[in-house]
Design a protein around this ligand. Structure first.
Ligand code: PMP
Length: 418
């Protein structure tokens, strides 16, 4: 009998039968609050009726149209719809299937457009699991373990991670920018650097938000040296942080935005957006793939955008995010094992630390398990997997947040005794 590879390791014993909104119903008949949203994928909740209807209608019309041969209506319509929500000036789109592929597309574009070899990524960043994107990922050695040699030309600069350094945000930011300049002077000369690739909030790296001053520093250096600023919005886009784009919090202008996850409510679809002028510098024929911009995924994505807009999901993410963050902070106040609670919108992380301030992944894993046993599904993240994150679908209600927080408090108490 065939078996699943051990690579497909799951953190909970839950086997899902079906999903609806914020809930996942398992094969035992239990209802689970899904505060993972499939790592943020199900922006509109599981099987939102409008997304389901759009996909079903499209399946009956056209499943696949190879865009290297023909264009199809859903792709053209989605492009137009995305134009309404993308940062101004980013009016040229390329589509792929996964976040990793889209990051690779941005890397290709940056190298081809600038003719420069290097990219600078930021410590704790996650950009994917293909070999190139794993080479750009520094949120844990597990992502690049055993696959060396990694892609050359990637250099790592500090992210202003105040909690990790034990500094205030200003000190961490000054340090990070100073080290970036030092990197230019010592490792990757500015005129050899094609791009900065950065998440607005470190996702897999432990839910650490960037800040306005840091992004202003990056923008200024990008402009001064002709470096592209690529913002990876795979986890933070489409309202997740309480603004449409994660980088909207930091008032910064990207040259390229990378999108995936929340874009199509769980259908595989990703892309990059850049100005027409920049995109025209990509070498024709060098990018593409069989399934990129799949018709059903595009139809689901257009419906997703409508739902986000019509149901006010960005505003909901902001309000429910505040409720979630406040509630998580109350639990942390009573729990010495939680060293920090951080977040933006419906991305909230609680970092477990020992009495000496060291990462405590064992307690984080035990709390995740205790919560799952009580019907609340959560994920861990961070270099040491000691941050438990909450990312419910954007349709989550105040009552569901309260229910999740009550389970969270109980699960934390059951493990830590507080
Ligand atoms: N970038 C970021 C910021 C992500 O969070 C992820 C996925 N966790 C990726 C890229 C890679 O996306 P995918 O898993 O679809 O390849």
């Amino acid at each position: 009998m065939a078996q699943l590879s051990p690579l497909l390791k799951q953190a909970t014993p839950v086997v899902v039968d079906h999903g609806e909104g914020v809930y996942l119903y398992d094969t035992e008949g239990n209802r689970n609050l899904d505060f993972t949203a499939g790592i943020g994928v199900t922006s509109t909740g599981h099987c939102h009726p409008r997304v389901v209807a759009a996909a079903q209608e499209q399946v009956g019309k056209l499943i696949h149209g190879q865009y290297t041969t023909v264009m199809h209506k859903p792709l053209l319509e989605l492009t137009e719809r995305l134009g309404e929500v993308l940062p101004s000036g980013l009016d040229s789109l390329f589509f792929a299937n996964s976040g990793s592929e889209a990051v690779e597309a941005s890397l290709r574009l940056a190298r081809q457009a600038t003719g420069r070899p290097n990219v600078i990524v930021f410590h704790g960043g996650f950009h994917g699991r293909t070999v190139a994107t794993a080479s750009m990922t520094t949120s844990g050695t597990r992502f690049s373990a055993g696959i060396s040699p990694l892609m050359a030309g990637v250099h790592v600069a500090p992210f202003p991670n105040a909690f990790r350094y034990g500094w205030d945000v200003k000190t961490a930011t000054d340090f990070a920018l100073q080290e970036l300049d030092y990197l230019f002077a010592t490792v990757s000369a500015a005129n050899e650097t094609a791009a900065f690739v950065i998440e607005p909030v470190l996702g897999e790296g432990g839910y650490v938000p960037g800040n306005t001053e840091f992004f202003a520093g990056l923008r200024q250096r990008a402009d001064e040296h002709g470096i592209l600023l690529i913002i990876d919005e795979v986890q933070t886009g489409f309202g997740r942080t309480g603004k449409f784009w994660g980088h909207d919090h930091f008032d910064v202008r990207p040259d390229v935005v990378v999108i995936a996850k929340g874009l199509a409510s769980g259908f595989p679809l990703s892309g990059i957006a850049a100005s027409k002028e920049l995109m025209s510098k990509a070498w024709p024929g060098s990018q593409g793939g069989t399934y990129g911009g799949n018709a059903v995924s595009c139809a689901a994505a257009a419906a997703t955008l409508s739902v986000i807009q019509d149901e006010g999901l960005v505003e909901n993410a902001a309000e429910r995010g505040r409720q979630l963050l406040d509630g998580a902070r109350l639990v942390a106040d009573k729990t010495p094992a939680i060293g920090d609670v951080r977040g933006l919108g419906l991305l909230v992380g609680s970092e477990f630390t020992t009495a000496e301030g060291k990462a405590d992944s064992a307690t984080a894993a035990a709390v995740q398990k205790a919560a799952a046993a009580r019907g609340l599904l959560l994920l861990t993240c961070g270099a040491h997997m000691n941050v438990v994150r909450m990312i419910p679908p954007l349709v989550v209600t105040a009552e569901q947040i309260d229910e999740a927080l009550a389970i969270w408090a109980d699960a934390v108490a059951s493990v830590t005794g507080n």
